[in-house]
Design a binder for this molecule. Structure first.
Ligand SMILES: Cc1ncc(COP(=O)(O)O)c(C=O)c1O
Length: 392
């Protein structure tokens, strides 16, 4: 018996069930085409919605940031790690999101984990969509509040659950992904806000897949639904459409002021590097001044969705550029992804626990920097392998 036999057994079990992830390593920048193992591959699975991860302008801003501020922030924000550019980015994001204030964090996952435990505690409740992202689930666990899961996108179920707790005197937080990352469907935020007002609940949305995608110039889900100022807590990530890394929370001045005093990742983990922050300042400028990348993203995603549906693939109920090709069985999905890889298309299979068992899929992510020729190449390979494996 070896100490880590229990982990070896778990790994064997994952392999047996088709749940073991082979991690692909990129030898080039994140872009429409990438190099993996020396081969040039069409990239259909990154979150680099707008192509900003390899933007020339942002790279130049990152280099200028390094020249001016060095490579590391050197401390946590509350001790010596707040540089002028951290505050400049917070101001710019607040303007972009039309919010009173913003706090920057080191990632989207940390933004959720930082926020929820500050809002609710033991004796309070969180009403959480059953398909919320793992970082919301972890934030809820850390808070020690009671979690009440409501059916996916179902405001009647949410209302019924709130009704059950109508005599409850603890705080109530309703939390939802804005755009659900594995299905591309959108939370019914206007209805959620209405119900929250009726039951005096605090509202929180995770806009990770909405910013840079929804609303005017990609301002996000609140702009899309004209709900700016009406949702209490707007969490975001800077690692998807923004193309770099980081997370943030936008909201009222009092919320952000308190978070800067007590949010644990803000207090206990070194702040974002100057290069990241300077690239992000440029990203916000690009978004505010040019609607073209967002328009192109939607054009590309409409094209691929239409072609996949006409070939007979099940692309679910996505309302956004996220395009799931739902296969169901885990092993066929893995095989599909491997065959795509052999044919020069990088599109990873997504299996449990990221999606429920039996709903495995290839999650296709196009970007604003794919050309129609790129997309046609990918579609042709999907058609070929889809028929080969009996999926279409
Ligand atoms: C809905 C949602 N929230 C949060 C995150 C985490 O963001 P980050 O990668 O910046 O930690 C993700 C990323 O997978 C996400 O999809």
């Amino acid at each position: 018996m070896e100490k880590f036999d229990f982990l070896r057994n778990e790994i064997d079990d994952l392999k047996e069930k088709g749940l073991y992830n082979t991690i692909r390593v990129l030898g080039s920048p994140q872009d429409a085409w990438v190099t993996i193992g020396g081969r040039r591959m069409l990239n259909l699975c990154s979150n680099n919605y707008l192509g900003f991860a390899n933007s020339d302008g942002m790279k130049r801003s990152a280099i200028e940031g390094i020249e001016k501020f060095g490579v590391g922030a050197g401390a946590v924000r509350t001790i010596a790690g707040t540089l002028l550019v951290h505050e400049e980015l917070e101001r710019k994001l607040a303007e972009f999101k039309n919010a009173e204030a913003v706090i920057l964090l080191q990632s989207g996952i940390l933004a959720n984990i930082a926020t929820i435990p500050l809002i609710v505690d033991e004796g309070d409740i969180v009403l959480s969509d059953e398909l919320n992202h793992a970082s919301i689930i972890d934030g809820c666990k850390l808070s020690r509040a009671q979690v009440v899961r409501y059916k996916h996108l179902d405001v009647s179920d949410l209302t019924a659950k709130l009704e059950d707790y109508s005599n409850f005197d603890g705080r109530k937080l309703i939390v939802t992904d804005g755009v659900f990352s594995m299905d591309g469907d959108i939370a019914p935020l206007p209805d959620i806000v209405e119900v929250a007002e009726k039951y005096a609940a605090i509202t929180m949305v995770d806009d990770a897949h909405g910013e840079g995608v929804l609303g005017e110039n990609g301002r996000g889900i609140l702009n899309y639904f004209k709900l700016e100022g009406k949702v209490d807590i707007d969490v975001g990530t800077l690692s998807k459409a923004f193309g770099v890394v980081g997370g943030y929370v936008a909201g009222s001045s009092v919320l952000i002021d308190y978070m800067k005093q007590r949010a644990r990742p803000f207090l206990f983990s070194t702040s974002l590097s100057p290069a990241d922050v300077c690239a992000l300042i440029k990203a916000v400028d690009l978004l505010m001044n040019d609607p073209e990348p967002v328009r192109k993203l939607w054009e590309n995603s409409a094209y691929i969705k239409e072609r996949f549906s006409s070939l007979g693939f099940n692309t679910g109920h996505s309302k956004t550029p996220i395009t799931p090709v739902i296969i169901g069985d885990e092993k066929t999905t893995k095989r599909f992804s491997e065959r795509l890889f052999e044919e020069g298309v990088f599109a990873q299979g997504i299996v449990f626990p990221t999606v429920p068992k039996g709903s495995a899929r290839i999650r296709v992510m196009v970007s604003a920097v794919h050309t129609k020729k790129d997309l046609d190449y990918g579609i042709e390979k999907f058609e070929q392998i889809g028929s080969e494996l009996g999926v279409i």
